[in-house]
Design a protein around this ligand. Structure first.
Ligand SMILES: *Cc1c(COP(=O)(O)O)cnc(C)c1O
Length: 359
């Protein structure tokens, strides 16, 4: 087998090796089915059990109460930028958005197509270096929800303390921190996440939503495929679901449970992040511009003094078996995404490389 490299990709990203190996073992023949998961009907008893087990495992991992639906959808987190307003509000109604990064900005733009979306806090002018603090009184009285991007993947900042909303439900994009840190579902009306960061392969989108918040029916113009209610009624199988991605997510959930669950992952991710941030803070050449209390434990961004040094860092890292360390084009610089699938050993290897690198 070819050697696996140290992969710090922001998404699709590294998955736990045990999970990949289990999938490999069962790739040709899923036990008892005589065929691959990719080849079986989504209506078969085998697949129904795969999907139901994945959901119950996730419910245990995140302590998701009964009054919340769990949906396995498609379209990515980006589709939710539209689906959230379309399912929770009538056209033209007011919603509130905190713009703490590029994906947050995109979510806000989509919401404006549907209704009266109001920005109640932004760190755009400061280059997304902090999570904007707001007061409950900043949220319009008639806002149906407050949208936040829990973890800003591109700039590496996180909403480490949820805002006080005075009872307005929080709808949050937790794509890049879900299952990597504890998230109190009860403090949210809705949580969504693209799977390719910390759940499983691309192609699957997770939505956790308090059922009483969903408009039923949604406005007439909302296509059936974009409505939550028909998907809830059909256990996320209104049409063919992303079967293989759901199966892989299920394996990952099972692995997470065997490792001690989300609390343990948070502990590990904090230790991994601390190693890198301590190194960056003590260094003369690396820097991180994010407000310390808003730093992400899953996406660590840093810069070198010059473009020449940055390019050479990326090239030399590649020779050392470290890939996908380049920052997002909107942020520049460098970024190490250190989700659950990235081991402490991989982060130690990166830290050693960073220590040795000279400008
Ligand atoms: C990656 C990401 C997205 C986009 O996800 P897609 O599944 O590609 O649509 C949106 N929001 C956040 C916070 C992300 O990290």
């Amino acid at each position: 087998m070819e050697k696996r490299v140290y992969n710090f990709a922001a998404g699709p990203s590294a998955m736990p090796e045990e999970v990949l190996k289990e999938a490999q073992r069962d790739l040709l023949c899923y036990p008892g089915a005589g065929c691959s998961v990719m080849e079986m009907s989504h209506r078969s008893a085998e697949f129904q059990k795969i999907a139901a087990d994945a959901e119950s495992s996730l419910r245990r991992l995140m302590d998701i109460p009964e009054e919340y639906a769990v949906l396995f959808l498609q379209g990515g987190a980006s589709m939710q930028f539209s689906e959230v307003p379309m399912n929770l509000t009538h056209q033209g109604e007011t919603t509130a958005y905190i713009v703490s990064g590029s994906f947050a900005g995109k979510a806000f733009e989509e919401a404006k197509r549907w209704g009266n979306a109001v920005c109640v806090g932004s760190s755009e002018e400061e280059g997304f270096t902090f999570f904007p603090k707001i007061k409950a009184s900043d949220i319009p009285k008639d806002a149906k929800y407050l949208h936040i991007t829990g973890n800003n993947t591109v700039f590496g900042l996180c909403c480490n303390t949820l805002p006080e909303t005075g009872g307005v439900p929080i709808a949050a994009d937790w794509s890049s921190a879900i299952l990597g840190r504890e998230i109190d579902v009860r403090k949210h009306g809705l949580i969504y996440a693209g799977a390719q960061k910390n759940i499983g392969p691309a192609g699957l989108t997770l939505v956790i939503v308090r059922k009483d918040l969903i408009l039923d029916p949604a406005d007439r113009v909302v296509p059936t495929m974009l409505r939550y209610k028909p998907q809830i009624d059909a256990d996320s199988m209104y049409n063919t679901p992303p079967c293989f991605a759901i199966y892989m997510a299920g394996l990952n959930f099972k692995w997470l449970e065997s490792q001690g669950g989300v609390a343990e992952m948070e502990k590990r991710n904090k230790a991994k992040a601390k190693l890198l941030y301590d190194l960056i803070d003590a260094s003369d050449i690396y820097s991180n511009r994010v407000n310390k209390e808003d730093r992400s434990i899953t996406n660590v961004t840093f810069t070198l003094p010059t473009k020449e040094a940055t390019d050479r860092f990326i090239a030399e890292a590649k020779d050392a078996g470290i890939i996908n360390i380049k920052g997002h084009k909107a942020a520049g610089g460098l970024r190490a995404s250190i989700y659950n699938g990235v081991s402490m050993q991989a982060v130690e290897y990166l830290a050693e490389f960073m220590e040795k690198f000279r400008v």
